[in-house]
Design a protein around this ligand. Sequence first.
Ligand code: NAI
Ligand SMILES: CC/C=C\CC(=O)/C=C/C=C\C=C\C=C\[C@@H](O)[C@@H](O)C/C=C\CCC(=O)O
Length: 270
Amino acid sequence: MDLKDKVCVVTGAAQGLGRSFVEILLKNGSKVALIDVNKSLGNELKSTLDQEYGRDRTEFYLADVTSEEDFKGVLEKIVKTFGRIDILCNNAGIINEKHWEKTIAINLGGVVRGTYLALEHMKKENGGNGGVIVNVSSMAGLGPLPMAPIYTATKHGVVGFSRAMAAVSKLANYGVRINILCPWFVKTSLLSSMSSEEHIGSFFPLKGIAETMMQNRGCLEADVVAKAFLVLVKDESKNGDVLMIDPDEAVFVSFPERAKDFSTTPVSLE
Ligand SMILES: NC(=O)C1=CN([C@@H]2O[C@H](COP(=O)(O)OP(=O)(O)OC[C@H]3O[C@@H](n4cnc5c(N)ncnc54)[C@H](O)[C@@H]3O)[C@@H](O)[C@H]2O)C=CC1
Ligand SMILES: CC/C=C\CC(=O)/C=C/C=C\C=C\C=C\[C@@H](O)[C@@H](O)C/C=C\CCC(=O)O
C-alpha cells in the first residue's frame, strides 16, 4: 500500500506509541488526524509537526474514544476536512485495575467504537475507498499479565474482536483490512502507571513481576513498534493478522483455523 497522501486517523496520538505511529505515517507521505483527550499535549504536538511537515498535513481533534458523540462527530469532521479515511489506528489505552470499568470502556470499548464508526466511512459498499485498520493490543492480549487481569482481558478482547471483524470484512467485501499489533513493554508514560497503587489497586504487591520481566528482557523503544505498525498497514496480504513485537524479534502469531485444532489434552467425562 502506497502511503502518499493517504488520510490516516490515530487515537491516543498525543504521546507514546500513538505519536510514533503519527510520525512514521507523516514520514511516508500521509496526512494524519490526531485524536486524544489530552488537549495541551495534542496542541503542542500539532505545533511541532507543523514545523516539520507543514500545517496542512495534520489536524488535532479533542475527543474521548468512550464517547459515541465525540468519536462520531470527530470522524465526520475529519472526512469533511480531508475528504475520506484510508487508515485508522485504534491505539488509545490505559492501565487502571482499580477503575476497571473505565479500562474496559477505553481499551476495548474504544476499539470497538472506532472500528464500527470508521467502517461506515471506509467500506466500499458505502462509497468508501477501503483501507486498513490497525488495533493496538499487547503481548498481554496473547497471555496473562499477572498484575493486570482487566488490562489482560481488554487486550485479549481486542485480538478476538479484530480477528472476527477481519473475517466479516473479507466475507462482506468491505475492502478494509483489520490487523492487530501486540507489543511487549514499551518506554512510554503508560509504564509509570504500573508503579502506582492508584492504577494497579489490590494487585500492587505483584508489580515486581513486570519489573522482573523488563529487567530480564528489556523494554522496546516506540520507534521500533512503529516500524512493525507500518508492516501491518502496508502489506496488502495481511488481514486478521496478529504481529507480536518482543525485544528479540517481530513475528506473526499463528492461530489454528478452527478452535478444534488448538493443541489439546483429552479429558474423561466418565
Ligand atoms: N507502553 C507499553 O508498554 C505498551 C502499550 N501498549 C498499548 O499501546 C497503546 C498506547 O499506549 P502508550 O503509548 O504506551 O500510552 P501513553 O499513556 O503514552 O499514551 C496513551 C494516549 O492515549 C490517550 N488516551 C487515553 N484515554 C483516552 C481516551 N479515552 N480517548 C482518547 N485518548 C485517550 C492519552 O491521553 C495518551 O495521550 C495502549 O493501547 C496500550 O495499551 C501495548 C503494549 C505495551
Ligand atoms: C500492565 C500493562 C503494562 C504495560 C503495557 C503492556 O501491554 C505490556 C505488556 C508486556 C508484556 C506482556 C507479556 C505477556 C506475556 C504472557 O505470555 C504471560 O503469559 C507471561 C506471564 C508471566 C511472565 C512471568 C515471567 O516471565 O517472569
